[in-house]
Design a protein around this ligand. Structure first.
Ligand code: ADP
Ligand code: ADP
Length: 226
């Protein structure tokens, strides 16, 4: 089954804004996939529906073959989500943030410690495992968000504009971590409005504009057309 399959998705908000007007897309297992589009195109709405934060109006979503509406909890267990805003406790240490997060999802402490080491190393944070998170640089804080989402070993990692508002050095550090995560087998979907970001990371992409997919395919084929 595809990592993500979306069929004829429509979303109309209470204020009658039609954010999605019949979106269909498939993301293959192992892919690094970008959803590219300008502000207001519907990217966050789509990501919100896939991660169960927003109710869909019409259509269907399945994650590795698990239907999101019929088996929400099972589908959600396959997903890791990296929110845009930093929402960890700045007065905790990175290692504790990761271990406590995993504990919340039922991962035993010893296993969580092992996973934390893997994730902190992959996020280039191992040397900072026991400092106060408040003292981390901007890039480190962002990579800590990625490391935390990986603690439940999701098969699909979803990021909504992960690099919005950060400079190119910080972006490159995040890209490196994301590439390693993808190379180790996790499917990644991110939304972005930077073509450059999609280009340097993603194999496949969809371009969304005003609630509709306007292009979809391999990055290389799309670049050739532009
Ligand atoms: P993007 O992430 O591509 O910037 P969004 O999904 O945030 O796009 O927004 C798509 C459209 O839906 C926009 O017109 C936006 O104003 C509208 N919208 C987003 N969230 C809400 C909401 N909670 N209530 C009403 N309208 C919304
Ligand atoms: P910031 O990311 O906020 O600029 P860091 O202290 O994290 O600050 O970056 C310091 C160094 O670590 C940089 O030279 C950067 O190239 C390197 N770095 C950042 N992210 C990674 C990563 N994921 N893997 C390896 N090295 C990294």
């Amino acid at each position: 089954a595809p990592a993500l399959s979306v069929r004829e998705l429509r979303k109309t908000y209470d204020n009658k804004v039609q954010a999605l007007k019949g979106v269909s897309l498939d993301v293959a297992p192992g892919d690094f996939f970008a959803l590219l589009g300008p502000n207001g195109a519907g990217k966050s709405t789509l990501i919100g529906i896939v991660s169960s934060l927003v109710n869909l109006s019409e259509g269907s979503v399945s994650i590795f073959g698990v239907d999101l509406q019929r088996h929400r909890d099972a589908a959600m267990r396959l997903i890791g989500l990296v929110p845009q805003e930093l929402n960890f406790n700045m007065f905790e240490k990175p290692v504790d943030i990761l271990v406590n997060y995993a504990g919340f999802y039922g991962v035993p402490r010893e296993e969580a410690l092992k996973r934390a080491e893997v994730e902190l190393k992959r996020a280039h944070l191992w040397e900072k495992a026991t400092v106060m998170s408040r003292t981390l640089s901007g890039g480190m804080k962002r990579r800590l968000m990625i490391a935390r989402a990986m603690m439940t070993q999701p098969r699909l990692l979803i990021l909504d504009e992960p690099t919005a508002g950060v400079d190119i050095e910080i972006r490159r550090g995040m890209w490196k971590t994301l590439k390693e995560i993808n190379a180790a087998g996790t499917t990644i979907i991110l939304t972005t409005h930077y073509l450059e970001e999609a280009e340097s990371l993603c194999r496949n992409l969809a371009i969304i504009d005003r609630g509709r997919i306007v292009e979809q395919g391999p990055m290389k084929a799309l670049l050739a057309k532009l």
